[in-house]
Write a protein that binds this ligand. Structure first.
Ligand code: ADP
Ligand code: MG
Length: 232
């Protein structure tokens, strides 16, 4: 399932006027590919992810998920689309302090609109995903017993729990040292291919853009020239 943004404009209220965070942005992310978004702080990267996630409604333009125009959906239908089709990894994973890694991931199946999934099944799947992100053996740890990188990986496993078609990840390596950051980006590249997700990754880690099929640079809410260094 592909993700397409067409001519997106997004503004925020700003005193008397409006601040333009995204200005005519086009983005096409086919299934099984990873697009990296780079650009300076304040250039609109997180706004772009919020629009792609249907969490922010653009002033103009269209967001298509698997060819479905999300602007035509009701709020309830968009929520359902997010739950069933999207994995969203925010900059801070916001894990629940009282739950183990396994429980955080498993919980996603319970709040999935489909419900009624047998709990043994959900648990087995959550275990499998923790192993996929390299956390087997740490499934019973709570957030305070995990490193920043390990918490990020719990967030990624959680985002994968409902087998998303679209994976949206905001600066997953900002809290990590270089080596761990590289491991997280490699993991996202591998998962994109294995799971055939349309992945958008916001990153400032320009040294690691080889993981991306495409690199898009945002400058003042506009798509600039592609970052040349990323192409072999
Ligand atoms: P980035 O993620 O690239 O740092 P953002 O998308 O967060 O950029 O922000 C783009 C611009 O929109 C910035 O000028 C920021 O101050 C502004 N902005 C972001 N979120 C809001 C908001 N909720 N209300 C008003 N302005 C916002
Ligand atoms: Mg941001």
């Amino acid at each position: 399932m592909s993700l397409s943004l067409e001519d997106i404009t997004l503004t925020y209220p700003d005193g008397e006027g409006r601040l333009t965070a995204l200005d005519g942005v086009d983005l096409d992310v086919p299934a099984g590919t990873l697009t990296a978004i780079v650009g300076p702080s304040g250039s609109g990267k997180s706004s772009l992810l919020a629009v792609a996630a249907t969490l922010a409604t653009p002033d103009a333009g269209r967001v298509l998920v698997g060819g479905t125009e999300t602007g035509a959906l009701s709020a309830a239908e968009r929520t359902e689309l997010r739950r069933r089709r999207m994995g969203i990894v925010f900059q801070q994973p916001n894990l629940l302090a009282s739950l183990t890694a396994l429980e955080q991931v498993e919980l996603m199946a319970r709040i999935d609109g489909r419900g009624r999934r047998r709990s043994g099944e959900a648990r087995a799947r959550a275990r499998e995903l923790l192993a996929t992100v390299g956390l087997d053996g740490l499934a019973h740890r709570r957030p305070h017993q995990l490193s920043g990188g390990q918490r990020q990986r719990v967030g990624i496993a959680r985002a994968l729990m409902n087998a998303p078609a679209v994976l949206l990840v905001d600066e997953p390596t900002s809290a990590l040292d270089h080596e761990r950051g590289a491991a997280v980006l490699d993991l996202l590249g591998r998962l994109t291919r294995e799971w055939r997700t349309a992945t958008v990754l916001v990153t400032h880690d320009r040294a690691r853009l080889a993981v991306a099929d495409r690199v898009v640079e945002l400058v003042d809410g506009r798509v600039g020239a592609p970052a040349e260094s990323s192409f072999p």
